[in-house]
Structures are given as structure tokens and as C-alpha cells.
Design a protein around this ligand. Structure first.
Ligand code: 5AD
Ligand code: SF4
Length: 434
């Protein structure tokens, strides 16, 4: 979500005639787009602002903008601590960026941390990194209250975007050469809960959105992130299974394998129910890859709770997992819970979890060797003469050949590691998307 906002910030500035620069010394405008979900976003922000201070002293024309979740959270605090910041712009105010910059030119430092999103970020111009794939925002904000999470504080209540707007954006993207979209929402399963279908009392549902996006001619791959195990419904599995363009991959955040910890996190599903969903998803969509998010060291997590997480990880056989050490976010319920765990305990558990999951990921990757997949070329690999591509199951494949980004090829997998597969093409590029 944060990266998608950065594309919009870049897009707005470029639409206003600015061009990107590699060097901060050459910049006329510097934007720090902050993400506060984990770690010390605040320390990093104030550190970076410290580095920018002498630059601003040398070049009074430099404009410094702080955007994103930390801007929303810290508000006036930012300009109190760093008076050389020209614009503080919260998560809901992106469409006003150019006006705020102009106002700052005339009147000095300004701030817009309004509490309500009027225009979806995706409706703004974007400086997309790739011409062939795009993020599309389907809802912003979150109505849940997971006790570790800062998102509801900085992104507000859920607001869904009407299906017609989403489809119009995707159709435009496809006309411009996009072949893959990733639908973005904090909790895609509750998409539409805050909307009505004009002329009826029905509400649009995520499964329906998936089916309609699947109908967009020329769109080859649909991904989405993230569903919430609590709000997951069988109609989403049906829509995934019957929509050709929806990729065989689901990111399904577990967070913890201990029922006690899930309860303390206010995640209202339990481990068996989670595992049951996995079985149903895998039965309906053979070969689907499942990835997850897991937090280690939530306040009060005991050795037994952690053992429960390891056990669920063994049983779930995730194809990949993002593992995080719990990070107290100021203002969240969990941050003020007793029994914050010592760093060493969290670190040791974290390393055990990473080792276990790496072994499972490596085994899942080895099982792909000898098989052939359609892969989408993303760009140059690390070495000259190599290319990075991706399977529908979201596995990275390195090819020893240079191919244009946006191309689909068939690749046979010859080798596998933890983080990627190695393959050779068995077909010439079929579709050039860009
Ligand atoms: N500490 C650690 N990880 C967190 N996440 C969210 N908040 C925290 C936190 N306070 C993780 C969750 C979420 C992912 C995007 O970030 O696993 O799914
Ligand atoms: Fe945060 Fe929970 Fe909402 Fe996800 S569902 S954004 S973890 S509050």
C-alpha cells in the first residue's frame, strides 16, 4: 500500500512537470513516504530529516515533504521536531499534494492530516515501475482491531471503491499494456461491506469483483492481497477456481499458531479453522501456493504458544512466509500489554521459525524441478545475460537468457533454492506486452 502511494506521489509530481533524479543533492523536492507498520519508522524518519537539514540550509529552494502513515500519526510533532519540513501530508490527503506544495511556497510550512479519504489513490496519475503490471486499490482502511496493528489508526475505517471504478481503471491499464494486476486492500474479504449496489439493497462482494475483473479482455494475471482468515468465505474459493486469470497463489496471514495468542491479538479465528480453510482452498485449486505472515514474540507468548506456531507451520506446509519479530506500535493495545518479551527470547524463536520455514520452502521449490510453467518476465537478472521471471504461483524463476520484460514464456525448472528457481525456456516469447 505504501509503495503504491509512492507511485502516486511520483505520478503527481511528474504530471506537474518534475522529473525523477537519482541524487538527493540534485532534487528540488524530496518526499519521505513513511510506513509505520513495523520497526522504528520514526527513528529512521528523524534520522533522514537530520541528514536533509544541512542540504536545506545550503539550498533554500529545496522542498521537503513527509507523507504516509507516520505523517498521519505524528502530525504536528514532525514540524515541531524538524521545522525545515515544508509539507506534512497524511494518508488521506495525497490528492492535495501539489496544492500543498504551492501553498508552502507562498506561506511556509503546511500540514494536511485530514481523517477521510475522498479520492482513491489509484484514481491519481502514477509513476509505475513496470509497464506490464500494476497495483489497483480496491479498498482503503480497515475495520478490524488486531491489537498489534497500527493500520486502523493511520488509514482509518474501511472505504471500498465501487466495482465500476475499479474495472474502468483496470481496462485503462490493460489498454496501456498491463497484463497483471494486484488488487490491494487491508482485508479484501470485507470489500464492499460499506457500499451498496445502486438501485438495490445488495452489497458488492469480493468474489463478484474477482469474477468481473477476470472478464477484462487482455488481462492475463490477477493477484490480490490480503484476505483475512476470519472473514474468508467459500464463494471466494469458487471465484478463484473458476476465474482463469486469477493466479494459483494466495497470501493468507496466520500471525500465530496459538489460539491463546490469536485471541490476545483479537484475530477471531482459531488454528484448526485456519488449517481447515487451507485444506478447502488446496482441494479446490490444485497446485495453489500459499504464503503467510507470522509474528514472533507477541506480548505474553509462552514457549508453548510458540511451539503451537511451529506445529501449525509444519502442518500448513506454506510455500513461503514473511516472518516478523513483534514490534510495539505506539497507541496500539498490545504495546501497553504486560509481558513484553526480551529481545533475546524473540530472536531465538524467530531464528528457529525461519530455519523451519526455509526448509519447507526449499522442499516445496525442489518439488517444482522438472516441471514446466508459464512465466512472466519481470526484468534483468542479477547477472548479465539473465532474466528474472515469475510463475503464476508467485515463484521467482531465473532464466539464463535476456528477454524483454512483460513477455510470457514457457520455462522448464532445472534447479531450486530457497528464494528462487532456475529454469530454461522451452518456447520463444509468445506475447510481448510492452
Ligand atoms: N509487529 C510485527 N509485525 C507486524 N505486522 C503488523 N503489525 C506488526 C507489529 N506491530 C505484520 C503482520 C502483518 C504484516 C503486514 O506486518 O504480520 O500481516
Ligand atoms: Fe491490521 Fe488486522 Fe486490519 Fe490487517 S486486519 S490491517 S492486521 S488491523
Amino acid at each position: 500500500m505504501n509503495e503504491h502511494d509512492s507511485e502516486r506521489i511520483g505520478g503527481l509530481l511528474m504530471a506537474d512537470g518534475m522529473t525523477p533524479t537519482e541524487s538527493v543533492e540534485d532534487a528540488r523536492i524530496v518526499v519521505l513516504n513513511t510506513c509505520a507498520i513495523r520497526e522504528n519508522a520514526d527513528n529512521r524518519l528523524y534520522g533522514n530529516l537530520g541528514h536533509l537539514k544541512p542540504l536545506k540550509a545550503r539550498n533554500p529552494d529545496l522542498r521537503i515533504v513527509v507523507a504516509g502513515c507516520l505523517a498521519q500519526k505524528d502530525q504536528g510533532e514532525i514540524q515541531r521536531r524538524a521545522p525545515w519540513v515544508d509539507v506534512v501530508i497524511g494518508t488521506h490527503a495525497l490528492p492535495n499534494l501539489l496544492d500543498l506544495l504551492r501553498l508552502a511556497e507562498e506561506e511556509g510550512p503546511v500540514m494536511d492530516v485530514r481523517e477521510y479519504t475522498e479520492i482513491f489513490p489509484s484514481a491519481l496519475p502514477a509513476a509505475r515501475t513496470d509497464a506490464f503490471r500494476a497495483w489497483v486499490s480496491i479498498a482503503v482502511g480497515c475495520d478490524n482491531a488486531c491489537t498489534f496493528c497500527i493500520v486502523p489508526f493511520v488509514r482509518g475505517a474501511q472505504r471500498s471503491r465501487p466495482i465500476g471504478d475499479i474495472l474502468a481503471e483496470i481496462q485503462g491499464l490493460v489498454r496501456a499494456g498491463v497484463v497483471e494486476v494486484t488488487l490491494l486492500g487491508q482485508n479484501v474479504n470485507t470489500y464492499g461491506r460499506d457500499l451498496t449496489v445502486p438501485g438495490s439493497s445488495r452489497r458488492p462482494r469480493f468474489a463478484q469483483l474477482l469474477r468481473e475483473v477476470n472478464e477484462v479482455d487482455g488481462l492475463r494475471r490477477i493477484r490480490f492481497t490480503s484476505p483475512h482468515p476470519h472473514d474468508f468465505t467459500p464463494d471466494v474459493i469458487d471465484a478463484m477456481a473458476s476465474s482463469e486469470a486469477v493466479c494459483e497463489h494466495i497470501h493468507f496471514p496466520l500471525q500465530s499458531g496459538s489460539d491463546r495468542v490469536l485471541k490476545a491479538m483479537q484475530r477471531s479465528y482459531r488454528r484448526e479453522r485456519y488449517l481447515d480453510w487451507l485444506t478447502r482452498i488446496r482441494e479446490a485449486i490444485p497446485g495453489i501456493a500459499v504464503s503467510t505472515d507470522i509474528i514472533v514474540g507477541f506480548p505474553g507468548e509462552t514457549a508453548e504458544d510458540f511451539a503451537d506456531t511451529l506445529e501449525v507451520v509444519e502442518r500448513a506446509r506454506f510455500d513461503g512466509a514473511y516472518t516478523f519479530q513483534y514490534s510495539p506500535r505506539p497507541g496500539t493495545r498490545a504495546a501497553s500489554m504486560d509481558e513484553q518479551l526480551p529481545k533475546e527470547v524473540v530472536q531465538e524463536r524467530f531464528e528457529r521459525l525461519v530455519a523451519l520455514q526455509s526448509a519447507i520452502t526449499a522442499a516445496a521449490n525442489r518439488a517444482q524441478v522438472g516441471r514446466t510453467f508459464e512465466v512472466l518476465v519481470e526484468g534483468g537478472g542479477k547477472r548479465r545475460g539473465s532474466t528474472q521471471a515469475r510463475t503464476r504461483t508467485n515463484r521467482i524463476v531465473h532464466l539464463r537468457q535476456e528477454l524483454p520484460p512483460g513477455t510470457f514464456v514457457e520455462a522448464r525448472i532445472t534447479d531450486a533454492g530457497v528464494h528462487h528457481l532456475i529454469g530454461e525456456t522451452v518456447s520463444t516469447p509468445a506475447t510481448v506486452a510492452v
